[in-house]
Design a protein around this ligand. Structure first.
Ligand code: BGC
Length: 953
């Protein structure tokens, strides 16, 4: 049914008068009225390579994206993009001309880029309502060419504290513009005349430095403005991921994960008003002085001593370049975001502890004023135990900050570390005012795109927690956790959360950098994808983890509709599958390799709830993911026009599919593995001759587990989605709303402000289960937030028109939430959906389909008059529906349900104990009708119970 058809608009409007249901939709008149108020059509969100006005990024193939907003029309009819060398747009280097071929979600102009050049660009567009708009001016600036580096890598001799390298210079006239190109290892912070350059932290960011390191470009025109003048460019160096300790099984004090020497290269280019150009680069004339930092480490924190003067201790030395290539940045900037003022606590054991109220990753600023020679110590932790400070779950990470005072009052702030924390234990001062301390979240600055708000407080908190999981683990690399001696780019964690992450934020550039890193690692490992990226010494790989190589690019393509990521990653995707194929050739080699499997599931056959491995056969999972990755390579090949490879990988995927069917499924489609995760995968990947059997398999698996989830990293991200798809929405909601262990709201009820690593990270009394591997800020299980967007709100892109140009809308409302409000700023535009359960049988839906987009809407429990064939096709516009549902939205149990199922709600539990309390637990798995029949009950008794069940509230 097409809501754009005026007949249907009238028809739906006419329904308003009927008493049994009401429906309304935006008609065209209403849209026109509205846009008169809003103003004219605009072009917004213009980006180059998915970044707003990027300066000095590695460019590769240019992709422009934009959105049309506030238009009366519904579709772009033609557009024109021009690129010029000046703001006036007269020195044009590219002009697409007016064409229908420009897609707002990805347009690739063909022209040759010059280095160190700012390009200005503009898009103009027309719509099917004859509107016209042009965008504001946008720009991007290219980095240096490799051969344009005149500066030399420099280093310092032995030094007992972190060095500052500096160079004094005098400008020779009025400076029109100035750029600084710089990379300092392990980490650097640069200043001109004492003022920090830029607002980024932890530059030059985290890579496999054996492969490459990034340099950043700063526009320092503002710092060098006042004609002839004296300037001092100084750069402080820290240890960071490169030179400090980093990686599994390292110890405090250990150094040199990638290199042992501080290194710096910097090139300042001054463009004078009169056309002269001057280059100042690092060389052996740079001075070396002492900084206040005597120790810094990603895991262990920082120690500063302000009694050390900044005296000059010598000159820099020219040194050999680091092993990895020096290349323009890909990382979006890591910047400061939310700030927190603590509550000051005295713990039962007398400690002074600051509670930030939120677990997060970041730094702090603290006002200190203590006598010279005294020391202030701060320790960072995630949770209190028995009301006292605790941090054993950080393992060997010292996560501290030590300040040796010179007696001056000052604000202190770490330079080269970050902490994952909620609590800070303070030593060395007797009193602290809350306003003396500010907690500062830092993370990669990528725009927020999605939000979910509901009428259910705990669910809202859960969504918040999932977002904090993302923020805390998005410091340049998608990490497992931000606090203990790990903080590594575990590929499995990254992969399972990637789709959810893209709902919350525009993650294209963030993952693009990660995938670039991943492919660099593969180059050195014959296609193998190490468990962590950067590898930092990890030489093993596993299914589900390494499959990140195929899954993340595909997710990015689906979410953003830009096939550039598939083009750049195609070799990497292929290499991963080829690597598995090579190993597999020798007698099931891949299956037999070591795999993490359904990591942290609760169904380990030993019954050990702390075991890391789950109960689903790892060989099965390995084969399923081998097939999945192979299918994705085939799909990617088809999208980018590599049909030869498409055929090849389709064939291979088919072979793997058949072998899975032969080994794990009965001829009728029953999966020989009975775990929840095995059933979830059966449905998700349509395995075996009759994937529909997964529905029964899932029901059974949940009966056996008493309605409790048992899934780990593999099953959990798909679990609730699969339940919805196979008609078990009630069960999905039951899991999501369950406040008892195990479940998402169990954590919320225990005061979690982030997502835990394990379902049982804390017991019901808030006691930490174990400290060997137990972070309270891991995002993998936070992938449930993706379910809220894709199922609860019901918004999914289609692969035919990715980037949400054409989406499916199939909301799954639940009465306990009362309402759900979803917004999603997709690549194609802003989608909105709100549902409200006004009563058991009255549902209201409000929907916004953005300009240029279409939706296939499935209205839940809608009368035939509204959605005859179940689906309504919506074009861009705003719509509202309110109707009486064809059935109650409350879940009604039937006699086909077993006592175990009915017991899953508190009313059901009461009902079962009232009438069937004496039933042996073994009989509780059978349908109630069967139990009654077996007990010889006649039809009237059976009917009586049916009525009772229907009335259960
Ligand atoms: C990490 C996990 C990771 C796992 C794999 C852990 O230490 O924190 O999230 O995926 O190791 O073994």
């Amino acid at each position: 049914m097409d809501a754009d058809n005026p007949k249907i608009v009238n028809f739906v409007l006419n329904l308003r008068n009927k008493s049994y249901h009401i429906a309304e939709t935006t008609d065209i008149m209403y849209k026109k009225e509205k846009h008169k108020e809003d103003g004219m059509m605009k072009i917004a969100q213009c980006k180059t390579n998915h970044l707003k006005n990027p300066l000095g990024y590695m460019m590769g193939q240019i992709v422009f994206t934009y959105q049309i907003i506030q238009a009366k029309g519904r579709k772009q009819t033609e557009a024109r993009i021009r690129v010029a060398l000046n703001e006036q747009m007269t020195d044009v280097v590219f002009d697409s001309g007016w064409t229908e071929k420009i897609s707002p979600t990805a347009y690739t102009p063909e022209f040759i880029l010059q280095s160190k050049t700012r390009y200005w660009w503009m898009v103009e567009a027309r719509t099917d309502a004859s509107e016209y708009a042009k965008s504001n001016l946008n720009w991007f600036e290219t980095p240096l060419n490799e051969d344009e580096w005149e500066a030399k890598w420099i280093t310092v001799g032995e030094n007992e504290c972190h060095p500052v390298l500096s160079r004094v210079f005098r400008t020779k006239g009025d400076v029109r513009s100035a750029r600084l190109y710089i990379c300092g290892l392990g980490l650097y912070e640069a200043e001109i005349n004492g003022e920090k350059i830029g607002d980024e932290y932890l530059t030059p960011y985290c890579n496999d430095y054996h492969q490459w390191q990034q340099y950043q470009t700063y526009d320092v025109t503002q710092n060098i403005q006042n004609g002839s003048g004296d300037y001092k460019l100084s750069v402080m160096l820290g240890d960071g991921w490169y030179k400090g300790r980093f990686g599994l099984n390292t110890q405090p004090g250990q150094e040199g994960s990638y290199g042992t020497k501080w290194k710096l290269i910097a090139q300042l280019i001054l463009y004078y008003q009169d056309g002269r150009v001057e280059t100042i680069g690092t060389d052996d004339q740079w001075e070396v002085s002492r900084s206040c930092v005597i120790r810094s480490s990603i895991y262990d924190g920082e120690e500063v001593d302000y009694t050390i003067s900044g005296e000059t201790i010598g000159r820099a030395e020219i040194t050999e370049p680091p092993q990895g290539r020096l290349a323009a940045r890909l990382s979006p900037p890591v910047q400061e975001h939310e700030t927190f003022i603590p509550t000051v606590l005295r713990t039962p054991s007398g400690e002074m502890v600051l509670d930030m109220g939120q677990n997060f990753a970041g730094i702090f600023r603290m006002h200190v004023n203590v006598p010279r020679g005294e020391t202030v110590r701060l320790y960072f932790g995630e949770v209190l135990q028995n009301g006292n400070f605790y941090r054993d779950n950080l393992r060997t990470a010292r996560a501290e900050y030590v300040y040796h005072s010179d007696g001056k009052a000052r604000i202190i702030q770490p330079y080269f570390t970050f902490y994952g924390y909620r609590y800070v234990k303070v030593e060395g001062i007797s009193q602290i005012r809350p306003e003396d301390f500010t907690g500062i979240a830092i993370y990669s600055a990528i725009p927020k795109t999605g939000s979910i708000k509901t009428g259910h407080e705990s669910i809202n908190r859960l969504i918040e927690n999932c977002q904090w999981g993302q923020k805390s683990n998005f410091i340049d690399v998608p990490t497992d956790c931000p606090q203990r001696d790990e903080r590594m780019g575990w590929t499995g964690d990254a992969q399972v959360f990637s789709e959810t992450a893209c709902f919350f934020r525009d993650c294209y550039s963030f993952y693009q950098k990660y995938l670039y890193d991943l492919s660099q690692e593969q180059n050195a490992l014959n296609g193998m994808v190490p468990d962590t990226v950067p590898a930092v010494g990890q030489t093993t790989c596993s299914s589900v983890w390494g499959d990140a190589a195929c899954i993340i690019p595909w997710n990015l393509y689906k979410m953003y509709g830009d096939s550039a990521i598939l083009k750049t990653q195609f070799e990497s995707m292929r290499k991963w599958v080829d690597y598995i194929t090579e190993i597999d050739r020798e007698g099931d080699g891949w299956k037999k390799s070591r795999h993490y499997g359904d990591w942290l599931a609760l169904d380990h056959p030993s019954g050990d709830k702390e075991a890391c491995e789950g109960g689903t056969d790892e060989e099965f999972i390995a084969d399923v993911y081998y097939m999945y990755s192979t299918e994705l390579v085939a799909q990617a090949a088809e999208v980018i026009g590599e049909s030869k490879w498409g055929l090849h990988y389709r064939g291979l995927a088919e072979q793997i599919r058949n072998r899975i069917a032969a080994e794990y499924y009965s001829p009728n489609g029953r999966c020989v593995l009975h775990t929840q995760t095995a059933q979830v995968l059966t449905w998700k990947f349509q395995l075996g001759p009759n994937p529909n059997r997964a529905r029964e398999g899932l029901k059974q698996a949940f009966l056996v587990s008493g309605g409790k989830l048992q899934t780990g990293f593999v099953g959990t991200p798909f679990l609730c989605g699969v339940l919805c798809e196979c008609g078990l929405e009630f069960l999905a909601w039951q899991l999501v709303l369950n406040e008892a262990y195990p479940g998402w709201l169990y954590e919320v009820k225990l005061g979690a402000t982030t997502i835990w690593e394990r379902w049982n990270s804390l017991d019901a009394n808030g006691r930490i289960a174990e400290n060997g591997m137990n972070s309270l800020n891991h995002y993998a299980f936070g992938s449930i937030a993706g379910w809220f967007f894709q199922y609860a709100a019901g918004l999914q892109t289609t692969v035919q028109a990715p980037g949400f140009m054409r989406a499916k809308l199939a909301p799954v409302p639940h009465m306990d939430l009362k309402f759900l409000d979803m917004t999603y700023e997709s690549a194609a535009g802003l989608w909105k959906l709100r549902w409200e359960t006004k009563s058991e049988r009255q549902l209201r839906l409000e929907i916004t389909v953005p300009f240029g987009c279409e939706a296939e809407l499935k209205l839940p429990l809608a009368p035939k008059e509204i959605a005859a064939d179940g689906t309504i096709l919506l074009r861009a516009g705003e719509y509202a529906y309110e109707y009486e549902t064809t059935a109650t939205m409350r879940h009604v149990f039937s006699l086909e349900d077993s006592p175990r199922e009915i017991q899953s709600t508190s009313a059901g539990d009461q009902f079962i104990s009232q009438y069937f309390g004496s039933l042996p637990s073994t009989a509780r798995y059978k349908p109630l009708k069967k139990i009654l029949q077996d007990a010889g009950m006649d039809e009237s008794v059976i009917l009586y119970f049916q009525k009772q069940l229907e009335e259960l509230r």
